[in-house]
Design a protein around this ligand. Structure first.
Ligand SMILES: [Zn+2]
Length: 385
């Protein structure tokens, strides 16, 4: 099959254009720009090419921009890339092209990948593809994923690619996570009369030690090739009010990295039973799950994965399926029973002061996505005819 051609200069220009529009996530940085302006630019770009464009608002000022290229009635393909970035110093926001690199906040995570997907979809639009190609540029991936959650409530597809910087590897699995807030209650008293109070910090410290022992136990497990191993750690502790008051409250935040739906529940239960030990010693403690995100289950054997791998190797970039250590919106796609892989360019410095994306990688990423879009569902369509 012929390879749809990708215009490298257009790809660079679009990446630079998108990255120059500040879209720092306002949940992470209060008062930050958010996705409205960059979303408008993406919507205009899609509309100028005659795509069906809808803009949805998962929250005020927080858009999802969804552009659809009509296919021939075959299975549809969803490409999901996020519009938001984490915060940055002014210098990091300066976008510039140098040699094979584009520098600037968001070029790698993930506006370069979004540009690569847009250019790829434009290149296959006239074929037309077997099924609809849905390009979703979503908000809020860097905080609470309200964009992808909102999108998936009303959008389905036979396969999906979530764009993130993967160094052109095909990510088919990653852990989930859970954050649990544990609040120990005591009773305040003047410190001259500790016997009138109950110190909330003391049992909290015992609990922290027990979480550490649990984490050490998890660390002895064998590394899973795709998922790594589960972890547990205390990420925040906050207790006490003043110098001369017996502390009546101590809050401990525990974060877990989990490997499967079953282990998510089991890991949360383990923390609960450590809290039960504190309760059995007479301490008052309550807990709540602040956020639980399931893992991306193993998508190695899905057609979308095979198509990505084949397309990369035809372009002279042999790739392997890999697991990631970080979490992505692909887990939400997976939870809606849409086969999904995570894919994107390489570079350096996501969430750091020195972020850049490789232009060669962007071009390969875009060419790969174009091939995938051109070929996804071909067999299914053929067999229907
Ligand atoms: Zn990202």
């Amino acid at each position: 099959m012929t390879q749809p051609s990708i215009d490298r200069d257009e790809l660079i220009a679009l990446t630079v254009q998108l990255a120059r529009i500040d879209s720092t996530n306002p949940t992470l940085v209060p008062g930050a720009s958010g996705e409205r302006a960059v979303g408008q630019t993406v919507a205009d770009w899609m509309a100028a090419r005659g795509w069906d464009v809808t803009v949805e608002w998962p929250a005020p000022d927080r858009p999802n921009v969804v552009g659809t290229i009509k296919g021939n009635g075959g299975p549809s393909l969803l490409i999901n890339a996020h519009l938001d970035t984490v915060g940055a110093k002014a210098a990091t926001k300066q976008v510039r092209v140098e040699g094979d690199r584009i520098y600037g906040r968001g070029v790698l995570d993930t506006k370069g990948g979004l540009a690569a997907a847009l250019i790829a979809a434009d290149a296959v639009a006239s074929l037309p593809p077997a099924g609809d190609i849905i390009i979703a540029a979503v908000c809020d991936e860097e905080a609470s994923s309200i964009g992808s959650e909102h999108l998936l409530a009303s959008t389905s597809a036979a396969g999906a690619v979530v764009i993130e910087p993967t160094d052109l590897q095909v990510v088919v699995a990653h852990p989930g996570f859970a954050v649990i807030e544990c609040v120990f209650h005591g009773r305040a008293s003047h410190t001259s009369k500790p016997e009138d109070g109950i110190n909330a910090i003391t049992p909290a410290v015992v609990f922290v030690r027990s979480v550490e022992r649990y984490a050490a136990q998890l660390a002895r497990q064998d590394d899973d090739a795709l998922f790594g191993r589960p972890t547990a750690q205390v990420t925040r502790i906050e207790g006490g009010v003043e110098l001369f008051t017996t502390p009546d409250r101590c809050t401990v935040i525990v974060e877990l990295r989990t490997l499967s739906h079953q282990t998510t529940a089991a890991d949360i239960d383990s923390i609960d039973s450590l809290l039960d030990e504190a309760r059995a010693r007479g301490h008052s403690v309550e807990s709540r799950q602040v956020i639980v995100r399931e893992p991306l289950s193993d998508n190695t054997d899905q057609p979308i994965t095979a198509l990505l791998i084949d397309s990369l190797s035809e372009l002279g970039k042999p790739a392997h399926v890999v697991g990631a250590r970080y979490w992505t919106d692909a887990a939400l796609v997976d939870a809606h029973d849409i086969p999904v892989a995570v894919f994107g360019p390489g570079g350096h410095g996501i969430h750091s002061d020195d972020e850049w994306v490789s232009i060669d990688d962007l071009a390969i990423c875009s060419a790969t996505l174009a091939k995938v879009m051109a070929e996804f569902g071909q067999n299914v369509t053929a067999s229907r005819r």
